[in-house]
Design a protein around this ligand. Sequence first.
Ligand SMILES: C[S@@+](CC[C@H](N)C(=O)[O-])C[C@H]1O[C@@H](n2cnc3c(N)ncnc32)[C@H](O)[C@@H]1O
Length: 302
Amino acid sequence: MRAKPFLKWAGGKSQLINDIEKALPKEFTSQKFTYVEPFVGSGAVLFWILENFPNVEKAVINDINADLTNTYKIIASKPEQLLLQLEKYQKKFHSFEHDVDGRKEYYYDQRKLFNTRATPKVTQAALFIFLNRTCFNGLFRVNPSNGFNVPIGSYIKPTICDVDNIMAVSKVLERVEILTGDYKQTLLHTEKPAFFYFDPPYKPLSKTSSFNTYAKDEFGDNQQIELRDFCKQLDTLDHFWMLSNSDVKGKDVNDNFFDDLYGEFNINRVWAKRNINANPDKRGKLTELLITNYDHLKVEYA
Ligand SMILES: C[S@@+](CC[C@H](N)C(=O)[O-])C[C@H]1O[C@@H](n2cnc3c(N)ncnc32)[C@H](O)[C@@H]1O
């Protein structure tokens, strides 16, 4: 069993892995590397790297979402205890197959319990996975006091307890240091040579399409600029990095925000596989940016 993301997560990168593979540094397949993912989310790229590159002896992951990183830590350290709780939640949730009211009541009780943030860490992690599997679209959204407020989804018998994957994830996390907080702290935990993959909250393509609701703290233009400065710092320290973001120029040809910010680096445009617009008439093909601070084999992208 190969480890794969154990969560649904906004901006999950499974769709972009072929393009990311083509844009890895040439050295990555042959040399020893530390892999660093400062905005890890559900870790689609992390798990792919850990499964496919045995030369990556150590990885460092980070996210500002403490509920998320607690879950990674518990999977790494106490997978059996976690699975016992997940099994219990799954059995109970599935028992409401023909009882909508019972299912709702159970979901909202679990949500309330999670929001106390006062249960043992294993229980918080189990509740986090439970809510991710049963809430509307696997969204993670909190109110200003950090209360998770996503309503119940329409799943009747979702998989909540995936034993094989949790055990596979736990095994690969043995090589991983898990940090909680701002992305900049990853530099203090990094040995050379390191390869950083950045997947920050994307710059919204329009005011109404903002998906920047992962954490309480907003990630606006100033944060995008600070991130570029951090990438510059890594460049002067001879680290390798790749960064993905939305292609605002694809929406408005006069919008040079990222072309200006990353003008001195390599900007690739790749086709985004997903259609974010539900209306088929407006479903134009979208590109995304994959920016690197190194030259790689030139390949045909968008
Ligand atoms: C686009 S998502 C990453 C998705 C991920 N690549 C995946 O495959 O699921 C961005 C992540 O950045 C985190 N984040 C937001 N601001 C941050 C910050 N200042 N430092 C670290 N992480 C942050 C969010 O909690 C979210 O998980």
